[in-house]
Design a protein around this ligand. Structure first.
Ligand code: 1GP
Length: 248
């Protein structure tokens, strides 16, 4: 069984903590990962939109693996950021990219490395939703077929396309540090049309919001900015994700 299905079978819903190798030293990344593990997160995602240095990713993964017993999952932005010591990789197609580089070319470049190094691939349809007035890093770096906050139909189309192409999960992301998270309405519409796990991230800053996203249909919540800024909130977010629904 795949890691995501295994996690969802065990915990029903899950939480991933995202650590950007460029935001701190590998030792500090290991320390943060430990706090996330103690807070109840279910896996450590390693990645960032601007990571280019494989050695830095390698050292960060080593430090994290030394400190925690959680699965390590790479969230790569390019073939160059794939490191052989990670256990899993979100092997991604950026579905609403207008540029083939992020849909096919970088994943193709990375594919032989993933095989050679025995990394377990988690085939993922990645969809970026634009919720911020100021573009997020990913919006600055990739030319997108823009999906606005209320463009629910377009988000559903890309998500269902990903499922029909045989991808194992869909990750809808408002981008790191997004002003607003993806709306509950959009998550509900995607969930209604999708039969594979749905990961939601970007701009989720507290437990109540995380729980709303779960109630709307998210299976996994990703936190990055909060992980770097205020690890105490992670405990509350994880608790709310696993608490009974807020919907009366
Ligand atoms: C970004 O979904 C992740 O790719 C996490 O976003 O940094 O806003 O938590 P935040």
């Amino acid at each position: 069984m795949s890691l995501i299905n295994e996690l969802l079978q065990t915990y029903e819903k899950a939480h991933f903590s995202l650590i950007d190798p460029e935001s701190q030293t590998p030792e500090e990344a290991g320390r943060i990962a430990k706090i996330c593990e103690e807070s109840g997160t279910n896996a450590i995602l390693i990645g960032g939109s601007t990571v280019r240095n494989r050695n830095r990713v390698y050292d960060t993964v080593e430090a994290i693996k030394k400190n925690v017993n959680l699965p390590t999952i790479l969230f790569p932005n390019s073939a160059e950021s794939i490191s052989g010591n990670v256990e899993y990789i979100l092997f991604m197609m950026l579905l609403n990219s207008r540029n083939n580089k992020f849909r096919f070319e970088e994943p193709a470049k990375g594919a032989p490395l993933v095989k050679k190094w025995g990394i377990h691939p988690i085939s993922t349809g990645y969809i970026v939703v634009s919720t911020s007035r100021e573009p997020t890093t990913i919006e600055k770096n990739v030319e997108l077929d823009i999906i606005h906050m209320d463009d629910t139909d377009k988000a559903v189309e890309y998500a269902v396309y990903g499922e029909l192409m045989g991808l194992s999960c869909i990750y809808c992301d408002a981008g790191s540090g997004a002003e607003k998270p993806i709306s509950n309405e959009m998550i509900r519409a995607i969930r209604k049309n999708l039969n594979i796990p749905l990961i939601i991230g970007g701009g989720i800053r507290n437990g109540i919001i995380a729980r709303e996203k779960i109630d709307a249909g998210a299976d996994i919540i990703v936190n990055g900015t909060i992980v770097e800024q205020d690890t105490k909130i992670i405990r509350d977010i994880v608790k709310k994700i696993h608490s009974p629904t807020l919907i009366k």
